[in-house]
Design a protein around this ligand. Structure first.
Ligand SMILES: C[S@@+](CC[C@H](N)C(=O)[O-])C[C@H]1O[C@@H](n2cnc3c(N)ncnc32)[C@H](O)[C@@H]1O
Length: 272
């Protein structure tokens, strides 16, 4: 990492014998980052297909549930606590060709609205760091999974480049529980709940690189600059929650790009 160099660069070295244009050209080359939809290749590798039932916990508006129903022919129950997400999900499912395979339910991971051994897979994408009582949430996932079932967790974690003061500000803007941001803590809680860790894929900033390359991501830097420069006007127009969420979300993306946050994809497995 750049941050690990111990010897400062001198002025002579910095303006010395290296080719700036060649370096820019080199950095223009794609590293072929995996896009976010690559998560569904992992679902496929887990063997999900017709006859299987997936729980999308924190499933927002059922969008990922519909993608999985369409691609794998499985049934999906999408559970989310936010009334606006439930309303959007019910509408989306009603209008979708594969909507009959997706059930939208109101609920939380700490008290999953489903019976024991109901699911072949729990799909958890970017929701666990909202959950203060993760022990309880993971125990509920164990309860609703069939023996031998898997839980796929995509989550953002803090790296040792993150400084405490900036972390506190960022997490407060995004309803994120600071104590849930360390990967080691998560791994221990998963094991305590009864899961074995089958694989860990450090995705890092790949999804974000891919969406920048595809030209489908907002210009987060510009958003931050405008939110800061026109704070009073934008606060008045957006209101505090929207202002802070937009700022936090854009900052979150930048922290991912600069390695203070990283995403990881875990496959957790229950004993058969
Ligand atoms: C960042 S969004 C991710 C949504 C979706 N999984 C995705 O990847 O696009 C986080 C979601 O977690 C949900 N959530 C927050 N706390 C939750 C809880 N205790 N149990 C279940 N879902 C929760 C929120 O309502 C929100 O839809």
């Amino acid at each position: 990492m750049v941050d690990d160099w111990s010897k400062p660069i001198t002025v002579q070295e910095m303006y010395g014998d290296w080719d700036y244009e060649a370096a820019v050209e080199l950095l223009d080359r794609s590293l072929n980052p995996r896009p976010s939809k690559a998560i569904f290749d992992t679902v496929e590798a887990l063997g999900i297909g017709p006859g299987d039932t997936v729980l999308d916990i924190g499933g927002r508006d059922g969008g990922h549930g519909l993608l999985m129903a369409e691609r794998f022919g499985c049934r999906v129950v999408s559970v989310d606590p936010a009334p606006a997400n439930i309303a959007d999900g019910l509408k989306r499912v009603a209008e979708h060709e594969h909507g009959e395979s997706v059930e939208i339910k109101h609920g939380v991971i700490e008290d999953i609205p489903a019976g024991d051994n109901a699911f072949d897979l729990v799909f958890s994408r970017d929701m666990l760091n909202h959950v203060a009582n993760q022990d309880r949430g993971l125990a509920e996932c164990v309860r609703v999974l069939k023996p031998g079932g898997a839980m796929l967790v995509h989550e953002v974690f803090e790296t040792d480049l993150m400084e405490p003061r900036e972390a506190a500000r960022l997490y407060a803007d995004l309803a994120t529980v600071p104590e849930m941001m360390a990967p080691g803590g998560f791994e221990q809680r998963a094991k305590n709940a009864g899961f074995a860790i089958e694989s860990i894929d450090v995705v890092g900033s790949e999804w974000y690189e891919a969406s920048q390359e595809a030209g489908i991501a907002p210009n987060y830097m510009m958003q931050i600059s405008r939110l800061r420069r026109a704070k009073d006007e934008l606060l008045a127009e957006l209101g505090e929650v929207a202002y802070r969420t937009m700022l936090g979300n854009a900052m979150w993306s930048i922290y991912l790009f600069i390695g203070k946050l990283e995403t990881r994809l875990y496959v957790l497995r229950l004993a058969a």
